[in-house]
Design a protein around this ligand. Structure first.
Ligand SMILES: Cc1ncc(COP(=O)(O)O)c(C=O)c1O
Ligand SMILES: N[C@H](C=O)CCC(=O)O
Length: 430
């Protein structure tokens, strides 16, 4: 047994499933997760000292690669000044102003510590603002693990085949309506019938928790038009896509104007910062101005905010997203060519620094098509890549992430590994 396996056995004695978030476990692909000791740039090193090219990037935040020197310096400086005050700081004002500059639909923004909190708070705010209870989400989208949103979710819920969660009373999810992703007709029909009862629609504009599935323009337009017509709130969840698919997030790619946007991941640069923000009249319903209660002991934590601010500073560099997108595009193009060479049915796509790989002839456009991807071939591919030093997300339902440190040599090494991995897929599965 290697040290990862030994530690995984030991972890399972003290931590449920041996992990502190289910998607980290290798349950759908088998084997032991690698226990990471340190990371630098595009690489992570496990406790055996083995190096991996990292395409998980802490599930999105590490857009600058690991241990960016400017970010580390900002964090060290903040630590020297104290870990947490429970009182406002100038850095919180600076990050709010920065978010407003980069995302023009944001007039006010409240910091929280996780995407889950951002989603839970955004839903409460939408309900408080409209005085309505019903919320609309889409099958395969994940917005964190707050009770009312844990219905036909993506991410671990898909990976482990648990579309709903035990412990969530039916009464809490009775007002959650689930529609098909990329089906504008369903939105129009629902709003025709029940529009005046709906508090909000919440969506991942580029779904990244059922693998990567970009929304169609028509789908997003339908929800924007119907919510506006019926006085409901449109919440765009940019926890994953924010500052990831473009500097202005998915909303800048599609030209969509949400009422509330959720952020997470990149705005914390690897530390616990998330946020929800949007139109001033809605945000002014949040306590202490309004009647919607929302709070957090560590919200706006000075060390985490310093990390986020330093990260946002770096991603504003000229051509940052052009370079990032080019590397992701090279990766998916190269993977496609390698699969073709070995006669393996495969497709891949990217947007900014986010990508999807699919063991299916063409990129899926719906939840149903995602379900057609071949899990067994992925499993073989995943382990062959891992053996050859490439750490992909251990699930067919997660998106992948490239950082600005994934340069040409890193992509080339990934494609060398992929050549071997596709050969293995062909050998095992034909
Ligand atoms: C789109 C989306 N929303 C919300 C969340 C929840 O964020 P967190 O894990 O920080 O609670 C995630 C990721 O987990 C996500 O990908
Ligand atoms: N897919 C999830 C969020 O993007 C992965 C993070 C987690 O839940 O641990």
């Amino acid at each position: 047994m290697d040290q990862n396996e030994v530690l995984f056995d030991r972890a399972q004695e003290s931590i449920p499933g041996g992990v502190n978030s289910p998607v980290r476990a290798f349950r759908s692909v088998g084997g032991a997760p690698r226990f990471i000791e340190k990371a630098l740039g595009p690489h992570m090193f496990d406790i055996e000292g083995k190096r991996y090219i990292d395409y998980i990037g802490s599930w999105g935040p590490m857009i600058l690669g690991h241990n960016n020197p400017k970010v580390i310096e900002a964090v060290k400086h903040a630590v020297d000044n104290g870990l947490s005050f429970g009182a406002p700081t100038k850095a919180e004002v600076l990050i709010a102003e920065e978010i407003k500059k980069l995302i023009p639909t944001i007039e006010e923004v409240r910091l929280v510590s996780s995407g889950t909190e951002a989603g839970m708070s955004a839903i409460r705010l939408a309900r408080g603002y409209t005085g309505r209870n019903k919320i609309v989400k889409f099958e395969g989208c994940y917005h964190g693990h707050s009770d009312s949103l844990l219905v036909k979710g993506g991410s671990g819920q898909l990976t482990f085949g648990t579309p709903s969660s035990a412990g969530v009373p039916e009464a809490v999810t009775n007002d959650t309506i689930v529609l098909e992703y990329n089906n504008p007709q369903m939105i129009r029909e629902l709003f025709d019938k029940q529009g005046d009862e709906i508090a909000c629609v919440i969506v991942e504009a580029v779904a990244g928790n059922m693998n990567m599935v970009p929304a169609t323009q028509e789908f997003l337009n339908a929800m924007r038009e119907e919510t506006a017509k019926h006085g409901a709130v449109l919440i765009v969840d940019e926890v994953m896509t924010g500052f990831r698919v473009a500097l202005g997030g998915a909303q800048s790619v599609y030209g969509i104007d949400p009422d509330i946007t959720m952020f997470g991941k990149v705005i914390g640069g690897g530390m616990p910062v998330a946020a929800f923000g949007g139109k001033r009249d809605i945000m002014n319903c949040v306590a202490p101005l309004g009647a919607v209660y929302q709070a957090g002991t560590l919200s706006g934590n000075p060390v985490a905010v310093a990390c986020g601010l330093a990260t946002l500073e770096e991603i504003k560099a000229p051509d940052f997203y052009k370079r990032l997108s080019a590397q992701a595009a090279k990766l998916v193009r190269g993977l496609g060519e390698a699969a073709k060479k070995h006669g393996v049915q495969f497709s891949a796509q990217s947007m900014g620094g986010m990508f999807g790989i699919y063991f299916r002839g063409s990129c899926p456009t719906s939840f149903k098509e995602v379900m057609e991807c071949d899990g067994e071939r992925f499993k073989t591919f995943f382990h062959a890549m891992l053996d050859n030093g490439v750490y992909l997300a251990p699930s067919i339902y997660e998106a992948g992430f490239v950082s600005i440190t994934h340069d040409d040599s890193v992509i080339a090494r990934t494609l060398e590994a992929a050549d071997k991995a596709f050969a293995e897929v062909k050998r095992v599965h034909g």
